[in-house]
Design a protein around this ligand. Structure first.
Ligand code: ADP
Length: 490
């Protein structure tokens, strides 16, 4: 069912409900309603009389009461003697009609043995019902007097008939009005939705930059803005996905082409020449390692970016961790004469995910080693500060220009114009960024062209005066060194 039809249906139902209520109150129950009102009026008048009967000027107020309520009233003492009588109905009053008198009613009331009573009686003279009300003044056991009230129940059939005619006109008018209003309302509600649907269809067809501009009411405007935002986000993800696929396929294709080419060379040319064959096999091994590195980096990053990976917080001595890592690098780099120094302040216990922070340090030192200058110097610093520990990894390489600094933490960004050709995937710093962001730590880089770069981050979660726990054993994951130098691999 379309929205228009639904709105129309609800509107008609609502109008029908209103009409049913109107008909019920105006036609069906109007008689009962009138009678109940009359009884209430008479009772109120009786209470007023009881309250004021000792007041001065009571007779005048009784007359006013009788006139304003269209009643004839008799007040008698406990012996049945009439004290006051107000007859504004004349012959139509049953109390004073030729057929009955005050005492007849009093007798009826006394024989009923109640404090008050009322009933309807048909009046032949006026041809309509009369409401007779009687009540004791004082208590039932020791009455001081009695009130007898007589008030006509005017037949309301004629009035009801007028109402009925009016209601027929009102009903017809209301139905037509509801049809017209519901038509315009449905139009007002449905039009922006139809507009949104059109734009959404375009978005589904791949046009993510579409602007949703349905207006009319707050909800639709909010939906419009949300969809425009969603479109932009999807567009970003789409571009990222395309870039990712392009980068990944490019990165995978290069080593695969190399693998194929060198395997063919061994088969066709160098198979019988052990020196050449080994050289080619070496390249095949290097390229395989590169592929493995790329795949493992991609997995690491996607796990981090998925967001469902929890950090495994533990307390450890950061100085010990840094010493441990730099010692490993020293062992590895001795053959290549790398000069890795570690400058540290005192021991400090931090509370973070040790495996992940270890990966950050490895990635930064790997890069420093890979991109440092000809003096092959790398300095790792641990600087204790009041609220955090700052870790710095500096090199003496060619540095990074300010326009590239913004890009280096992006996924798959690699600057190829370095002096040495370096093994890498362009994911190392993205992993660093993801880990540090997950921890909520500040990080950054400052670099001067021709002088080198310093990458830094600050661990805020400090713990002091506690026994440092044992560090977990984890070998460095990434490579460093020149391309095709298999021996540097870890
Ligand atoms: P990879 O090192 O695998 O290429 P990274 O994400 O670790 O990927 O680094 C991205 C880019 O940032 C590198 O290609 C390089 O151009 C630049 N870079 C990273 N570290 C340094 C550094 N210490 N000195 C100069 N350039 C660097």
């Amino acid at each position: 069912m379309s929205l228009r039809a639904k709105v129309w249906e609800y509107f008609i139902l609502f109008t029908a409900a209103v009409l049913v209520m109107l008909w019920f109150f105006q036609i069906v129950s109007v008689g009962n309603f009138y009678e109940n009102m009359k009884i209430k009026d008479v009772k109120n008048a009786a209470h007023e009389i009881i309250e004021n009967c000792t007041n001065e000027g009571f007779s005048t107020s009784l007359t006013k009461l009788a006139i304003s309520n269209d009643m004839c009233i008799d007040i008698v003492d406990k012996y049945g003697r009439v004290m006051y009588t107000k007859d504004i109905l004349g012959k139509s009053c049953l109390i004073h009609s030729p057929k009955s008198n005050t005492n007849d009613f009093l007798y009826k009331f006394k024989s009923n043995d109640t404090k008050e009573m009322y009933y309807k009686e048909f009046n032949d003279f006026t041809n309509c019902n009369m409401l007779i009300y009687m009540s004791v003044i004082g208590t039932k056991e020791s009455p001081q007097g009695y009130i007898i009230i007589n008030s006509p129940l005017v037949p309301i059939d004629a009035t009801a008939a007028i109402f009925k005619k009016q209601l027929i006109i009102i009903s017809a008018f209301l139905l037509i009005l509801s049809l017209v209003v519901s038509y315009f309302m449905a139009k007002k509600i449905a039009e922006p939705i139809a507009k949104l649907t059109k734009s959404a269809e375009q978005m589904a067809a791949g046009n993510y930059d579409i602007q949703f501009d349905a207006k009319g009411y707050a909800e639709i405007q909010r939906l419009s803005n949300t969809l425009t935002f969603a479109g932009k986000q999807i567009s970003k993800v789409d571009t990222m996905q395309r870039d990712l696929i392009a980068n990944v396929s490019h990165d995978l294709r290069t080593p695969l082409t190399m693998l194929k080419a060198y395997a063919e060379m061994i088969r066709d040319l160098s198979g019988d020449n052990p020196a050449k064959r080994n050289e080619h096999l070496e390249i095949i091994i290097n390229e395989t390692d590169r592929l493995a590195l790329l795949v493992s980096d991609m997995l690491d990053l996607s796990k981090l970016e998925r967001g469902d990976q929890k950090l495994n917080y533990s307390e450890f001595n950061i100085k010990e961790l840094l010493e441990d890592i730099t010692a490993r690098y020293k062992g590895l780099s001795d053959k290549q004469e790398y000069d890795i120094t570690f400058e540290a302040d005192e021991d400090v216990i931090v509370n973070c995910d040790v495996i992940k922070i270890q990966q950050v340090i490895y990635n930064l030192i790997n890069n420093a080693v890979n991109y440092t200058g000809d003096d092959k110097k790398v300095i790792v610093r641990q600087i204790n500060r009041q609220n955090d520990v700052r870790i710095e990894v500096s090199d003496t390489g060619e540095g990074i220009s300010s326009d590239k600094i913004k890009l280096i933490f992006e996924k798959y960004y690699r600057s190829e114009n370095h002096k040495r050709e370096v093994v890498g995937t362009g994911l190392g710093l993205s992993i660093v960024k993801a880990i540090l962001k997950k921890h909520g730590y500040n990080f950054g880089v400052f670099s001067k062209l021709g002088e080198g770069s310093t990458f830094w981050f600050e661990i805020r979660d400090l713990k002091t005066n506690e026994e440092p726990p044992q560090l977990p054993e984890k070998p460095p994951k990434r490579y460093f060194g020149k391309k095709n130098e298999n021996k540097n691999n870890q």
